[in-house]
Design a protein around this ligand. Structure first.
Ligand SMILES: CSC[C@@H](O)[C@@H](O)C(=O)COP(=O)(O)O
Ligand SMILES: [Zn+2]
Length: 216
């Protein structure tokens, strides 16, 4: 893939973002959270651009060339490569929150099963888990952490509208599940975003275990 950068974006800045995405993708793939060619990852580059995974690649085997530049309307910039099919869900986060620097989307078994189990309720309410404090803004296990579960669709504007509606109802949002699909979460840097993703994976696994044990 050939990537030409706008004059305002130094190559070193784009490469730093690309390398951070490749590293996170490899580690998340090693955890088994990105089966087949699923999942997508991005980082903000500046106020108007982000670096994102090219569509359809195996996320455990990415190189710098598999990361491309987009504008925040989701258009490819300086390349003919095709950005992630779910680019609109990334750019929505960057447009809405200027402080957000990274977005991670994975398809782990736990995320997938939890999304199906709670799709009817449309939300998973987490309470009583110490690890909720790994989510920025939550300071006690007593707080309620709501993770919405939106219906799956291949039509991204529908999902974008669901996210907008949740936020317009005044509810906090740090992550969401898509039914039978996976999770999206974000943060002010890659480390915070990774922390959110790992904590959510753990919390969802605990909820599933508890549900199974209580039913037995
Ligand atoms: C291979 S099924 C998963 C895809 O449909 C999609 O949900 C996904 O996460 C990866 O899409 P991509 O276009 O590679 O970013
Ligand atoms: Zn996906």
């Amino acid at each position: 893939m050939t990537q030409t950068l706008p004059a305002t974006i130094p190559a070193s800045l784009f490469e730093q973002r690309a390398d951070a995405i490749v590293e996170a993708a490899r580690e998340l793939s090693d955890l088994g959270w990105t089966p087949a060619t699923s999942s997508n990852f991005s980082m903000r580059v500046d106020d108007a651009h982000a670096a994102i995974t090219v569509s359809g690649k195996h996320k455990g085997r990415l190189g710098r060339d598999d990361i491309m530049l987009i504008d925040l309307a989701g258009n490819a910039v300086g390349t003919d490569a095709r950005p992630s099919a779910e680019t609109a869900l990334h750019t929505q986060i960057y447009r809405r929150w200027p402080a957000m620097q990274a977005v991670l989307h994975t398809h782990s078994r736990t995320q997938s099963v939890a999304s199906r189990l709670y799709a009817g309720e449309g939300v998973i309410r987490l309470q009583g888990w110490e690890l909720q404090k790994a989510i920025s803004g939550y300071h006690s296990h007593d707080s309620v952490l709501e993770i919405p579960v939106f219906p799956n669709t291949q039509h991204m504007p529908e999902l974008v509208a669901r996210v907008d509606a949740w936020l317009e109802a005044g509810k906090p949002l740090h992550a969401y599940l898509i039914d039978g699909h996976g999770i999206y979460t974000w943060g002010r840097d890659m480390a915070e975003t990774r922390r959110h993703l790992e904590a959510l994976e753990f919390l969802l696994a605990c909820e599933l275990d508890l549900k199974r044990l209580r039913a037995s």
